[in-house]
Design a protein around this ligand. Structure first.
Ligand code: HEC
Length: 274
């Protein structure tokens, strides 16, 4: 194998290992047809970039922020949004102990089997249960929430372009009262970062709305940052492990590359000598 072919292979491999699902998802998003630029709706502005510990190919989640973010999800968002892809056991990934996990699961009530009189029962959750959804069905959720069901949060951070930056901008983007001239619709709220600036979700975060056991001050800004971090983790819980593997793979490829160069030099020295 020539050094060039080897290098090409190495780049391809590291690309495969290091691409995050966001990048893969973004790469697959079809771009608008170039032929009708006038008809296309104006692209929403990109949200301001925030500094995230998990940014970049080797970034790692900050566990303290993940735990605060889960608390915000659990106390606030989960009253309206489900997160079906995660089980309580998955929370070991943000550093919760198995005791904390089973206590948490136990505190949630799930529908149980019907009893001998045919009446529905409930049972406490177990660590293997998927996160409890707040509504029994999408239709029930829509009916309760004025027509639009709150989306499941399992993959929110992946579906939205600029996932974490957008989530943070959105959660801190409510304006009350709305700017002059903005459309007013009963039951809708003005948000800078949602389509058409109107959304059926009331502003979920308030100053001091939760209290963090680690003593961090629960400003709206802090809660938005932490819950965005948690939602990115929830959409991709194995990123830390993958980034560890990624580092190993790159190191391994560099060593192979150095060996290949040394080997090539050795062979050519012999040939040149003849
Ligand atoms: C009172 C119920 C309620 C709570 C609490 C709530 N949401 Fe929502 N959320 C909704 C509803 C309803 C929608 C759909 C609204 C719509 O599309 O008009 C929604 C939509 C969203 C969207 C999609 C917005 C878009 O433009 O596509 C995101 C993101 C979101 N919620 C995040 C959160 C987060 C994070 C929390 C917790 C901090 C939270 N929500 C708490 C009801 C709620």
């Amino acid at each position: 194998m020539s050094v060039r072919a080897f290098l090409g292979g190495a780049c391809l491999l590291s690309g495969l290992f290091l691409a995050t699902p966001e990048q893969t998802a973004l790469a697959q998003t079809p771009s608008a047809p170039a032929s009708s630029p006038a008809a296309a709706p104006a692209e929403p502005a990109a949200p301001p970039h925030q500094k995230w510990s998990f940014d970049g190919a080797f970034g790692q989640f900050d566990q303290a922020s993940l735990q605060r973010g889960f608390l915000v999800y659990d106390h606030v968002c989960s009253t309206c949004h489900g997160m079906r892809s995660l089980t309580y056991n998955d929370l070991a990934g943000i550093g919760l102990s198995s005791k904390a996990i089973s206590d948490l699961a136990h505190s949630k009530q799930f529908p149980g089997p019907v009893d001998e009189d045919g009446q529905p029962t409930t049972r406490p959750g177990t660590p293997d249960d998927h996160f409890k959804s707040p509504f029994p069905s999408e239709a029930a959720a829509a009916a309760m929430m004025g027509g639009v069901a709150p989306p499941d949060q399992s993959r929110l951070a992946l579906i939205k372009p600029h996932g974490a930056d957008w989530l943070y901008a959105f959660l801190t983007g409510y304006r009350m009262p709305p700017p002059p001239g903005a459309p007013m619709v009963p039951g809708k709220f003005y948000n800078e970062w949602t389509d058409g600036h109107l959304i059926g979700m009331p502003p979920p975060l308030v100053e001091g709305g939760v209290s963090f056991p680690d003593g961090t001050k629960a400003t709206v800004d802090q809660q938005a940052r932490d819950v965005s971090t948690f939602l990115v983790w929830a959409a991709d819980p194995h990123r830390n492990a993958r980034h560890h593997i990624g580092k190993g793979v790159v190191l391994y490829l560099i060593v192979l590359l150095l060996l290949a160069i040394a080997w090539k030099k050795k062979i050519w020295k012999r040939l040149d000598g003849n």
